[in-house]
Design a protein around this ligand. Structure first.
Ligand code: DMJ
Length: 542
């Protein structure tokens, strides 16, 4: 014991002497020399971090990736249309590259960067990450590599910024995962996982229902003040499943899977008024907020992800399918109506009252019904194909009844008013994809040429009224033949609108739907055949 103490004492003495010697040496050095030494040390740390970042994650069998190229149109007319969409993508990307590079979005008229509160104060190049897979499938490989380089060298998530968990998940994690699967470049997977780790603190609530926003640096979360007394939002906490299951699959770490399954289990245990899911849930008490149900904003992608959870599990996640079927049944009963003029619309349910108003966002549901037709309860496939087609027709009418042939943000069904916006604040079009998304799904499932015609009408209208020399911009009033621009090129225009248009004029062999499931930001993720993977074999995950 004595000897041991003596040995320790000697070591401490020697360490002190060494430190003293070093300090004396340092004092002999000039300031410049000391600074240079510090810099060298710093560089070493950065280098080490980079090496650590590049360390590959555990290898998992990558699903068979079918249809990542191709889809070349069979005739000239189609080829020209598809080339035109590709040219529009070039125009949007090139201008962002020149005027907005590294910023989240572009102001195409002011020709500078732009951002919104969903990204906090960060400059995380949202447009780059969101656009990558569209560039890839369009064969714009130089642009893709340029984006990849920016991500490798600049995309950093240790920023003191409060971001939307939902938006960052669907645009960044979804975008990075799709880029990884398509290109096989490890860096995208690594960045996706780093970012996901930063989102995890958002789940530290009394119920495990995540906060809407999280500070990427401090991990402190909170909710939007306007959301029913600080509630979390169904379409936000209910739109994490696809990306989080892929994260667990790719890393072998069950934590992501557990977080989203916990949300599902909690929702399953709750009473639902009339079988409907209200849009708001308090993450502290676990109780519903205001009884407002919608298939548009605040609710939309929750339903979409129930269906897609089933699809991406190779149709083995029966629990998700059942939740989807039950939810859709209640929605049909309480929210879906036919107008006097014969247009089927999806209204919004507020405290027992049906508001006959449909948002542009709800137009995605036409595609969802068609996508979910196969495998529906009591084999109602024909019914859901029909319902999807009716929603597509209604949404097309909402475009057709405007001066610009572009749809308003939301439209009413009220007496003589059908599929038309009434309030000034609802007349804008911000380059949203949902109507074109529905045309594309309907095209894939029916091959009815009308969907390509309608898609082309929308593409021409975007080209005519939204294109400016510095990119593409939203418009403030679709009923005015002289459009005023809002001067924002949304990142989802490149991620979704242009991708769906491109796919609409491509063959079905490009990203076939029995092998790929698109997340709500149109980022394709492969179907997981879980039988042979770490995910299903891992008892923690099961
Ligand atoms: C996109 O970010 C996603 O599609 C989301 O689900 C809802 N809306 C926007 C585009 O309109």
């Amino acid at each position: 014991m004595r000897e041991e103490e003596e040995r320790l004492r000697n070591k401490i003495r020697a360490d002190h002497e060494k430190a003293l010697e070093e300090a004396k040496e340092k004092l002999k050095k000039s300031r410049e020399e000391i600074r240079a030494e510090i810099q060298t040390e710093k560089n070493k740390v950065v280098q080490e971090m980079k090496i650590r970042e590049k360390k590959p994650l555990p290898a998992v069998p990558i699903p068979n990736l079918i249809g990542t190229h191709g889809g070349d149109p069979e005739d000239n007319d189609l080829r020209e249309k598809r080339d035109k969409i590709k040219e529009m993508m070039k125009h949007a990307w090139d201008n962002y590259r020149i005027y907005g590079w590294g910023h989240n979005e572009l102001r195409p008229i002011a020709r500078k960067g732009h951002s919104t509160n969903i990204f906090g104060t960060s400059q995380m190049g949202a447009t780059i990450v969101d656009a990558l897979d569209t560039l890839y499938i369009m064969g714009l490989h130089d642009e893709f590599r340029d984006g990849q380089k920016w991500i490798e060298n600049n995309l950093d998530f240790s920023v003191n910024s409060e971001v939307s968990v939902f938006e960052v998940n669907i645009r960044f994690i979804g975008g990075l995962l799709a880029a990884y699967y398509l290109s096989g470049e490890e860096i995208f997977k690594i960045k996706a996982v780093q970012l996901a780790e930063k989102l995890l603190p958002a789940f530290n609530t009394p119920t495990g229902i995540p906060w809407a926003m999280v500070n990427l640096k401090s991990g402190v979360g909170r909710n939007w003040g306007w959301a029913s007394a600080g509630s979390s939002i169904l379409a936000e906490f209910g739109t994490l499943h696809m990306e989080f299951v892929h994260l667990s699959y790719l890393t072998g770490n069950p934590i992501y899977y557990k977080k989203v399954m916990h949300i599902r289990k909690l929702l399953q245990r709750m009473d639902r008024p009339n079988g409907l899911y209200p849009n708001y849930l308090n993450p502290r008490t676990g109780r519903w907020g205001q009884y407002h149900t919608s298939v548009g904003g605040l609710g939309d992608s929750f339903y979409e992800y129930l269906l897609k959870a089933w699809l991406m599990s190779d149709k083995t996640d029966h629990e998700a399918r059942k939740m989807y079927d039950d939810a859709i049944e209640a929605i049909e009963k309480h929210l879906i109506r036919k107008s006097r003029g014969g247009l089927t619309f999806i209204g919004e349910w507020k405290n027992g009252h049906l508001e006959k108003k449909m948002g542009h966002l709800a137009c995605f549901a036409g595609g969802m019904f068609v996508l979910g037709a196969d495998g529906s309860k009591m084999d109602k496939a024909g019914h859901y194909l029909e319902l999807g087609a009716e929603i597509a027709r209604t949404c097309h009418e909402s475009y057709d009844r405007t001066a610009l042939k572009l749809g308003p943000e939301s439209f009413k069904f009220d007496g003589a008013v059908e599929a038309v916006a009434v309030r000034q604040a609802e007349k804008y079009y911000i380059l949203r994809p949902e109507v074109i998304e529905t045309y594309w799904y309907l095209w894939r499932f029916t091959h009815d040429p009308r969907y390509r015609e309608w898609g082309w009408e929308a593409a021409l209208a975007i080209e005519k009224y939204c294109r400016v020399s510095g990119g593409f911009s939203g418009v403030k009033d679709v009923y005015s033949s002289t459009p005023t621009h809002d001067d924002v090129q949304q990142s989802f225009f490149l991620a979704e609108t242009l991708k769906y248009l491109y796919l609409l004029f491509s063959g079905d062999d490009l990203l076939p739907l029995d092998h790929w499931v698109f997340n709500t930001e149109a980022h394709p993720l492969p179907v997981l055949h879980l039988a042979n993977t770490t995910l299903s074999r891992n008892p923690a995950v099961r």
